[in-house]
Design a binder for this molecule. Structure first.
Ligand SMILES: Cc1ncc(COP(=O)(O)O)c(C=O)c1O
Length: 491
């Protein structure tokens, strides 16, 4: 390299040569592996003695900025260059490092923009939400807040909302609970965060469903517990497969996520008996059972539980809006106070304004009315999706029985996990977003090929066209798969 070193007006010449070359390495002007001019050449260029340059090079060598190779010359050290890149990255990002577990936790894919035909699960239809009524209630709550003294609220939740929830779940879910048993949280996920802190020691084992909803397992793990994946069949969680020394079981009995099946009464009884024998707790996540399209609903585990081992979690994310971040826990009396303390330490309490508005929404009968209205819409979509799948996709998919909630799951009859992934990829290219059933399994060995189809985020009038395009993706993959078989036979 031609190296520019300026010695005009300098006295300590070796030091100056050293400093300028070091800065060039540190600033990336000289890169790892680059060769410095030989001492003799640089001495001549700068009109200094060769010794002056040699002293500078020795200093650079002793500090690791350059390395000299006998017979080859002096080179900028790769290490110095790497650590320079490293320190530049540190300058930009800061030096702090999170615990390794946070690197393995994904952010939700739902944040990707909506598709033209949105069949991804987990979202209700926002256009059905009574926004105008809600705005009115928020305004009223804001006025009340403006005339009150500023203060913190009760960690367990706004008293009127706790009362309203206890009445509402008594009517709609047959869960008998007093307002004292109800704690308001910021979504189901926050409820699980609190319950983990209250129930689990680091290293304790929690059983989760396989396939299942992944965020609960990750919060258990992030707080130090160990999860064990327990298989699910058409009757729900296979209770006999729960290993020993499990402290907590997390289940979705009303509408298993993602299979959509309802846990049979026999399984519910057997799970309660298992918890009793093993001195364990059950967390019952009842996230979307308010939407029911047939059959008699089975009683929630909480309603069957006489021993106080079931903690019931309900959410307003599907019945109203996920962005409200409002859910609730119904706790057995034995852990009630601990849950309030954990909620207090976590965020003191959920926002009073939203809680007050929601309490009025329930008390004024608007919640029940809203549920009746959206139930009729989702019933039609459920019917449309299930009959179309049964009729037009019979060669490709087999539906899991489901009469509840906002999604259905279907198993591929013949296609492999990879083929269904290709179908989904082609569907996305055609504007249709679906989820792979295989992606909900913990490990490769039980993984099933299939699809999960939600109907909360797609207009009823778009379902036909969306499913037509999905079928086209299946057919084009099937045709693509047949072709190589024919050619290979010919060969
Ligand atoms: C199984 C299950 N539980 C709970 C929820 C809702 O979570 P949250 O109340 O945190 O929005 C979802 C949403 O997709 C879910 O699928």
């Amino acid at each position: 390299v031609t190296l520019h070193v300026s010695l005009v007006g300098r006295t300590n010449l070796s030091r100056e040569i050293y400093r300028q070359i070091r800065d060039a390495v540190v600033n990336g002007v000289l890169r790892g592996g680059e060769r410095l001019p030989p001492t003799r050449v640089l001495a001549r260029t700068l009109s200094v003695s060769r010794m002056t340059v040699t002293v500078a090079y020795e200093l650079l060598t002793s500090e690791g900025f350059v390395v000299s190779r006998v017979g080859a010359g002096t080179f900028v050290s790769e290490d110095a260059s790497r650590s320079r890149a490293e320190s530049r990255r540190h300058d930009a990002e800061g030096l702090l490092r999170p615990r390794p577990i946070w690197q393995s936790i994904p952010l939700p894919t739902a944040l990707a923009g909506p598709a033209t035909f949105e069949f991804r699960s987990g979202i209700p239809d926002g256009s059905l939400f009574p926004h105008q009524l809600w705005r009115g209630l928020l305004l009223k709550a804001a006025r009340a807040e403006a005339s009150a003294r500023a203060s913190y609220g009760d960690p367990a939740g706004h008293p009127a909302l706790r009362e309203a929830i206890s009445r509402s779940i008594g009517v709609s879910r047959g869960v008998t609970a007093s307002a004292d048993d109800v704690t308001v949280t910021n979504g189901t996920q926050h409820a699980l965060d609190i319950l983990t802190r209250v129930l689990l020691e680091p290293g304790d084992r929690v059983a989760v469903e396989d396939p299942g909803y992944w965020p609960p397992g990750r919060i258990f793990e992030a707080l130090g517990a160990r999860t064990v994946a327990v298989p699910v069949d058409r009757e729900g969680l296979i209770v006999s497969a729960i290993p020993r020394r499990v402290r907590v079981v997390y289940v979705t009995p009303s509408h298993q996520y993602p299979l959509g099946v309802s846990m049979t009464l026999a399984r519910r009884r057997s799970l309660l008996a298992w918890a009793e024998r093993n001195d364990a707790a059950i967390i019952e996540d009842d996230y979307d059972s308010e939407f029911r399209f047939g059959g008699r609903p089975l009683e929630p585990l909480r309603a069957l539980d006489v021993a106080g081992r079931v903690i019931y979690v309900g959410s307003f994310s599907k019945t109203l809006l996920p962005s409200l971040r409002l859910a609730f826990v119904v706790t057995p009396r034995s852990i009630r106070s601990a849950v309030h303390r954990a909620k207090f330490l976590s965020d003191w309490h959920s926002p009073t304004l939203l809680q007050a508005a929601l309490a009025r929404f329930i008390d004024d009968g608007l919640f029940a009315r809203h549920l009746r209205r959206v139930n009729a819409v989702y019933r039609e979509r459920h019917e449309l999706v299930t009959t179309t799948l049964a009729r037009d996709f019979a060669d490709h998919l087999e539906l899991y029985p489901s009469t509840t909630g906002l999604h259905v799951a279907a198993r591929a009859r013949n296609a492999s996990v990879a083929t269904v992934a290709e179908v989904a990829r082609r569907a996305v290219a055609d504007g249709v977003a679906v989820q792979l059933l295989s992606s909900f399994f913990a490990g490769a060995e039980r993984r099933q090929a299939g699809l999960v189809l939600g109907y909360g985020g797609i207009a009823t009038s778009d379902i036909d066209e969306g499913l037509r395009r999905l079928l086209r993706s299946f057919d084009s993959c099937a045709a693509g798969n047949r072709k190589p078989a024919l050619t290979s036979r010919k060969a």
